[in-house]
Design a protein around this ligand. Structure first.
Ligand SMILES: Nc1ncnc2c1ncn2[C@@H]1O[C@H](COP(=O)(O)OP(=O)(O)O)[C@@H](O)[C@H]1O
Ligand SMILES: N[C@@H](CCC(=O)OP(=O)(O)O)C(=O)O
Length: 379
C-alpha cells in the first residue's frame, strides 16, 4: 500500500479543501462554530506558507436558516432563491472568521460551462491564481442560483476535483461527516470497516460506496470516489476525512494518518490533458475494439479509424468525445479531428483509405494522442 501522505504534505504548496453541507449545518441552519473552526485552521496553513483554496457547500443550509424554513423547498426557483440568500450569509460568516486571523476572502461562484470552454477555463484559472498571489482565500461554490441541469457540476465533490486540477493542487482534502471510506455503507452495516489507503481505484472500490448522501449532502460517497479517481489519474492525491475532528487539517498536515488516503498515479498530467479528460463536456461516444483500447490505454497510441466500431451522437470536428470499450466502459476523452458523420464513413478502415472515402485526409488519426486523456486503463 502506497501511504506516502507524509511526504506529500511535506512538499505540498497548494491545497484544495472541500467542506460538505453536513459539516456546515446545525439544527437545520449554518454551523457557525464549524465555519470559524475550519477558517482558523486554514489561516494556520497559510501562515505556514501554504496556498489554500476552499470549496465550500452550505448555501442551502445557510439560506434555510435565514429564511426560517424547516426544509428545502421542492420547486427549483424557490431552491435557487434560498441558495442566493444563503450564499450571502455563508460568505459573510467566512469573511468574519478569516478577518479574525487577518486574512481576506473572495467569493467565486462557478457553473460548469464556465470551465468547458478552454478560454473561460484559463480565465477562471488566472483569477484564482491572482487571488492566491495576493494571499486571499478563494471560497468557491457552485452558482446554484443560475445553475440549470445542463450547466451543473451537480455536486461539490466533482467541483472540488475540477478546482484541484484547475489550480494544479498538490493535495485535495475532502472533509465530510464520516471518517473516510468504509468497505460497506456504514449506515446500514455495523460491521463496515474503514479503508485507510486506496492505492488504485478499481471497480470494487466503487462498489463499496453508496450514492445516497447524508441528510443534507449531495452525491454521497460515490461522488467522492469519482472525484478521487479524477485527481488521482492526474497525479494528485486525495484524502477523505472527518471535518469535526479537532484541528483535523493541521493534524493531516503534520502527517497523522486520518481518514482514507487515495494515492495518485506516479506521473502528473499536463493541465491541458486534465482539462480534456475531466472538465470538458463530451458531445458523443466512440466505441472501440479491444486492440485499439489496449493500444491507447497501455501503449499511449492515437485512435485510428481501424479500431472504431460505433459512433453515438452528432458532433463536429474539434469536439470532446468519450471513447468506450465494447462493454461500454468509458476509457477516456479526446478531441476528435473529424465529425461524427465523417467518422461513420471511415470507421473500421485503414488510414490509407480515408482520402478515397472522404475525398481528403487532413489527419491520420481520429484522436491524436496529444489530445486524448485516458481515465480508465484496460486490464
Ligand atoms: N462506503 C461508505 N463509506 C463511508 N460513507 C459512506 C459510504 N457509503 C455511503 N456513505 C455515506 O456518505 C455520506 C457522506 O456523503 P454526503 O452526505 O454527500 O456528504 P457531504 O455533504 O460531506 O458531501 C456519509 O455520511 C455516509 O453515511
Ligand atoms: N452548492 C450546494 C452544495 C451541493 C453539494 O454538493 O453539497 P455536498 O454534497 O454537501 O458537498 C450548496 O452550497 O448548498
Amino acid at each position: 500500500m502506497k501511504d506516502n501522505r507524509r511526504s506529500c504534505f511535506k512538499t505540498a504548496r497548494r491545497i484544495v479543501v472541500k467542506v460538505g453541507s453536513n459539516l456546515l449545518t446545525k439544527d437545520n441552519g449554518l454551523n457557525v462554530d464549524f465555519v470559524h473552526a475550519i477558517s482558523r485552521q486554514i489561516c494556520i496553513m497559510i501562515d505556514r506558507g501554504l496556498q489554500v483554496v476552499l470549496v465550500s457547500s452550505g448555501s442551502m443550509a445557510a439560506g434555510l436558516r435565514k429564511l426560517g424554513l424547516a426544509k428545502r423547498p421542492e420547486e427549483i426557483p424557490k431552491r435557487q432563491a434560498v441558495s442566493a440568500v444563503g450564499q450571502a450569509s455563508l460568505i459573510m460568516e467566512y469573511e468574519k472568521a478569516f478577518e479574525a486571523c487577518g486574512k481576506k476572502v473572495a467569493q467565486v461562484l462557478l457553473t460548469s460551462d464556465g470551465l468547458y470552454q478552454r478560454k473561460r477555463y484559463l480565465n477562471a484559472r488566472n483569477t484564482v491564481h491572482t487571488l492566491l498571489s495576493w494571499h486571499i482565500v478563494p471560497i468557491i461554490n457552485e452558482n446554484d442560483t443560475v445553475s440549470i441541469e445542463e450547466i451543473k457540476f451537480g455536486d461539490n465533490d466533482t467541483l472540488s476535483a475540477m478546482i484541484a486540477l484547475l489550480v494544479n493542487a498538490d493535495i485535495l482534502i475532502n472533509l465530510t461527516d464520516i471518517d473516510g471510506l468504509y468497505n460497506k455503507d456504514p449506515r446500514t452495516n455495523i460491521d463496515a470497516e474503514l479503508i485507510p489507503v486506496v492505492s488504485t481505484i478499481k471497480k470494487d472500490i466503487e462498489r463499496y460506496a453508496s450514492d445516497i448522501p447524508g441528510a443534507l449532502g449531495t452525491g454521497g460517497m460515490m461522488t467522492k470516489i469519482r472525484a478521487a479517481r479524477k485527481v488521482n489519474t492526474a497525479g494528485i492525491p486525495m484524502i477523505i476525512a472527518q471535518g469535526t475532528k479537532p484541528d483535523i487539517l493541521i493534524r493531516l498536515l503534520e502527517g497523522e494518518p486520518h481518514g482514507t488516503y487515495f494515492a495518485p498515479k506516479s506521473h502528473k498530467m499536463t493541465n491541458r490533458k486534465c482539462w480534456i479528460g475531466f472538465t470538458t463536456k463530451p458531445r458523443g461516444v466512440i466505441r472501440i475494439d479491444d486492440g485499439a483500447a489496449k493500444a491507447i490505454t497501455q501503449n499511449g497510441k492515437s485512435l485510428l479509424p481501424a479500431g472504431i466500431v460505433d459512433v453515438i451522437g452528432e458532433f463536429g470536428a474539434g469536439s470532446p468525445v468519450e471513447f468506450t470499450n465494447g462493454g461500454g466502459e468509458v476509457l477516456g476523452t479526446g478531441l476528435v479531428n473529424y465529425s461524427a458523420e465523417d467518422i461513420r464513413k471511415i470507421m473500421g478502415l485503414k488510414t490509407s483509405e480515408i482520402k478515397r472515402k472522404l475525398g481528403e485526409k487532413p489527419y491520420d488519426e481520429i484522436i491524436h494522442r496529444d489530445n486524448l486523456t485516458v481515465v480508465w486503463e484496460c486490464d
